[in-house]
Every structure is written in C-alpha cells, then in structure tokens.
Ligand binder design. Sequence first.
Ligand SMILES: O=C(O)c1ccccc1NCC(=O)[C@H](O)[C@H](O)COP(=O)(O)O
Length: 248
Amino acid sequence: MILDDIVRNTALRIREPEESGEKMTPLSLKEAILSVQGRHAVIAEIKFSSPSAGKIRERTDPGKIAEEYQNGGCAAISVLTEPDYFGGRPDDIAVVKNAVSLPVLRKDFITDLRQIEETRALGADAVLLIAGLLGGRTGEFVSAARRAGLEPLVEVHTPAEAELARASGAELIGINNRDLRTMEVIRGTTAALAGPLRNAGRIVVSMSGIRGPEDIRRTAPHADAFLAGTVLMSADDPKMVLEELVCA
Ligand SMILES: O=C(O)c1ccccc1NCC(=O)[C@H](O)[C@H](O)COP(=O)(O)O
C-alpha cells in the first residue's frame, strides 16, 4: 500500500539524513543533554577572546570550529556573539547552525527584550539569560524566550541568583564558577549551589574554569552537563581535548 511505502521511506530518511542529503532536525538543548548516555554532556563554546583570557584564538570560520566540536562528541554548541570583548558576531549563529546538526546556544549580554527577538531571528535554539544582570526581571525574560520559541538557560553565581533562577521557571540553569564581576573562578561554586536546584528538578550546567578531565570528574556528582570554552578554543586540537572531557 502506498502509505506503507511512504512511512518506510520517511523512516529511512530520518535515520540516514546524510544519504538523503537532508539535515536532521536537532534535539532541543534539554533533550540533547538528557540523551547523552555513558559519557558527559559537554556544551562546547566558541569564543575568540575574553576579559579573563584576553585573545584566545585568531578569529576563523566558526562553522569549522563547530564541526570539530560536533566530531568531538559535544552535546551542543555555545556561541559568544558579543564583538568587543569576545570577538564574536551575531551572524556566527547562522554559520554554526548551517555547519552542524546540534542545538546552538546564543551567549550574549541580554538586558533588553528586543534581544530575545533578535536571538530568534538569528536562528539560535537557546539563549543565555544572566540572573545577575536581569535580577527581578529574570522570569519575564524566561517567558519571553519561550514565547519566541527559544530555550532559556539561566546563569547564576550566588545563592540569591540561584533562587531567582529556580523561581523563574527555567528548566536549564547554568552555575557559573566564574564571578563575572571579578573574573575569579571558584570551581566549588557548582557543588555549593547545585543541590536545591537539582532537588527542584532543574537541569544543572556547570560553566567556566574547566581545565581538563579531572575538573569534569570532580564536578560530575553535582551537574548534568558542562560548558567549556577556553580549554577548547586554546587547544591545538580542540576535537581531541573535547573527546577527553566527554569521556572523563
Ligand atoms: O570568560 C570570561 O572572561 C568572561 C568575563 C566576563 C563575563 C563572561 C565571561 N565569560 C562567559 C562565560 O561564561 C564563559 O565563556 C563560559 O562559561 C566558558 O568558560 P571557560 O571554559 O572558562 O572559558
């Protein structure tokens, strides 16, 4: 019956998109994190410079970096689009989206609701919202992101910010080990803040300061995923370093 043929062909197309020349629709960021089995879920970040590290890497095609990350087994890609301190460009989102079939998180310093619509228009799947910047408006921005079809990842660094994030309704909460005001990295921040968030059913992403597999192993009891940037962007072989983190 023709319907059986259509269903069979569709199943083949979905299972082997490369052969059919079609790209798989990526999982959501939450699904991508939760679907990782037997290894660590790592969000691999593209940033060419930063206030704490200075210039990290010559600006090159972010699509090529994203391909290396995808080949290294990351769960998703984070893209810094801020130009002045991180060497990013908003258009990097589309370049990365065209290069890989992974969820793409837009990282920038969102304080105006128009940036939510901009993030959607750029083609991102998820958007970083920093509780330390948004304060009592965090919940408003979480709702706006969802209305725009974006997954909010709310970043925190203190107990008060963790409570803001929990109350905002965000399912994904990033615990930044870096104090964004002082640049100090305290790797125990994730362990210190994760408990109440995970008890509340939130998915915790440990961010910043990951230098190698040992940092992953030490934090793994407290986090569902990890976000790493400098250790990958400064490596001669980012794919190899990423594989070490994923398999830590
Ligand atoms: O990375 C910085 O120096 C920085 C300074 C001020 C605000 C934000 C900053 N970084 C954004 C991030 O959260 C990190 O890029 C991300 O967590 C990855 O951190 P790392 O692996 O230590 O590069």
